[in-house]
Design a protein around this ligand. Structure first.
Ligand SMILES: Cc1ncc(COP(=O)(O)O)c(C=O)c1O
Length: 437
């Protein structure tokens, strides 16, 4: 057996000139830019192992990732955190757990609930908008008391703006009520490598998903599903193959291996440096910009983000952000960014003039659920302008991505307050369940 996946792919590319297997490009690309990628893009051939039944180099590689993160077990995903979320929720379905979640969930969570026919008990924020609501521990405790079943809490942390929840406190609460804690850590794959380990599993979560591709050097689609207890890995493998493609990309998997190696050797230092550089910039510009969030890879500014994004696009060296709306502007940093990148950002912050943020409307609460998530999510629908959608039932969730955080979820009645929030975020049309004539 080769020492790792990268070595296997290199050896295979050198030795095998005739490929009698998929993919159909046979390692040959029409464009020189893609040639190297095509050479290493293979399928489950002899010696390459198979992700969902891994017992060779992929199993070894996953074990290494788990070790680097200091968790019980890890499954690789070439289908992003989306696939990990599907697998985590399928596990909750098998355990008949009621799901409790704050409203900051990503569309991937809702789609999984639709597919698995899982109801959700929502927690509404004490204050703030649907993107950055403030949730109290009391609200979590109340929800846990209200459900009479085995439960689980599903947290999104960090959220899109870089707000991190108090996972330690919430996990202690979950233990008190024998509930499991699942964390959507899609935006926090780097958090295990901060000077003090802040990874959800270390802080008490049972399972979490990390999109390696969001804040670490990995190809789009590369993610990790981490668990506290390695004996559960068998269930997650089964659940992932239920939803994932039977041909997970070897290129993505190779990038997860390289990312793991990088984390092992240089990650901690690079992540600390990046966090320090970001903090220095925030200090330097604290008189000019208002910074939000407490995760170091999220460089979030409270301002008219749409205007700031346009200013940044028009600089001599343009900067494209991750997300902007009328109340915020988000740049997603990464530990591979160099001193030069940061000086670029510094120049941009110096050159731009932020306009004040518009205040986003409060998160509408509580919403009236007229149909189940599944009934509405899979129903016949029509697209209506907001002006004609009042009191209609939200069908499949259609939200702009990013941030893909739904304002109304499938099955909920679209109240005037909810439509006002949609209008604020520039949503023009909404999918509603078709009424029978
Ligand atoms: C909070 C959150 N969770 C989950 C996802 C889905 O992650 P992925 O794109 O890795 O499937 C995203 C994607 O942007 C996200 O922002």
């Amino acid at each position: 057996m080769c020492k790792n996946l990268t070595a296997f792919l290199q050896q295979y590319a050198q030795k095998h000139q005739f490929r009698g297997h998929m993919p159909g490009h046979k390692g040959k690309s029409f464009s020189p830019e893609l040639e190297t990628a095509y050479t290493f893009d293979i399928t489950e051939i002899h010696g390459a192992d198979s992700l969902f039944e891994a017992n060779g180099i992929l199993q070894q590689a996953e074990r290494k990732t788990a070790e680097v993160y200091g968790v019980g077990g890890t499954c690789w995903s070439a289908g992003g955190s989306t696939l990990c979320i599907q697998a985590m929720l399928a596990r909750m379905k098998a355990e008949h757990r009621i799901i409790i979640a704050p409203r900051t969930v990503h569309r991937a969570f809702l789609n999984s609930c639709i597919l698995l026919d899982l109801p959700v008990k929502w927690i509404y924020p004490e204050s703030g908008g649907f993107l950055d609501g403030k949730y109290t521990l009391t609200a979590f405790e109340q929800a846990l008391q209200e459900v009479n079943f085995p439960a689980c809490v599903y947290l999104t942390s960090p959220d899109y703006s870089g707000n991190v929840q108090n996972i330690q406190e919430i996990s202690a609460l979950c233990r008190k009520y024998q509930a499991k804690l699942l964390v959507d850590n899609a935006h926090g794959a780097h958090r295990a490598f901060l000077p003090e380990n802040q990874h959800p599993i270390i802080l008490g979560a049972d399972y979490c998903c990390d999109s390696a591709h969001k804040t670490l050097p990995a190809l789009t689609g590369g993610a990790f599903l981490h668990m506290r207890n390695s004996s559960e890995k068998i269930f997650f493998k089964q659940n992932m193959q239920l939803f994932g493609s039977t041909s997970p990309s070897y290129l993505i998997m190779q990038s997860l291996e390289e990312c793991t190696e990088w984390l092992m050797h240089s990650g901690k230092k690079a992540i600390s440096e990046c966090a320090q550089r970001a903090e220095r910039l925030k200090q330097k510009f604290s008189g000019k910009y208002i910074f939000l969030g407490n995760d170091p890879m999220h460089f979030t500014i409270q301002a008219n983000g749409e205007n700031l994004a346009e200013q940044m696009r028009n600089l001599a060296v343009p900067i494209e952000c991750e997300y902007a709306d009328k109340s915020r502007f988000v740049i997603l940093l990464s530990p591979v960014m160099t001193e030069k990148d940061f000086s670029q950002l510094e120049k941009a912050l110096f050159a731009c003039e932020p306009l004040p943020a518009e205040t986003p409307p409060e998160c509408p609460s509580p919403m009236e659920q007229s149909l189940s998530l599944r009934e509405a999510g899979l129903a016949e629908f029509e697209i209506l302008p907001l002006s004609e959608a009042e009191n209609r039932i939200c069908a499949a969730v259609q939200v702009p991505c990013p941030p893909a955080v739904p304002i109304a979820v499938s099955g909920e009645k679209l109240s005037p307050e909810c439509l006002a929030v949609m209008e604020f975020y520039g949503v023009q049309t909404v999918a509603v369940v078709k009424e029978s004539i």
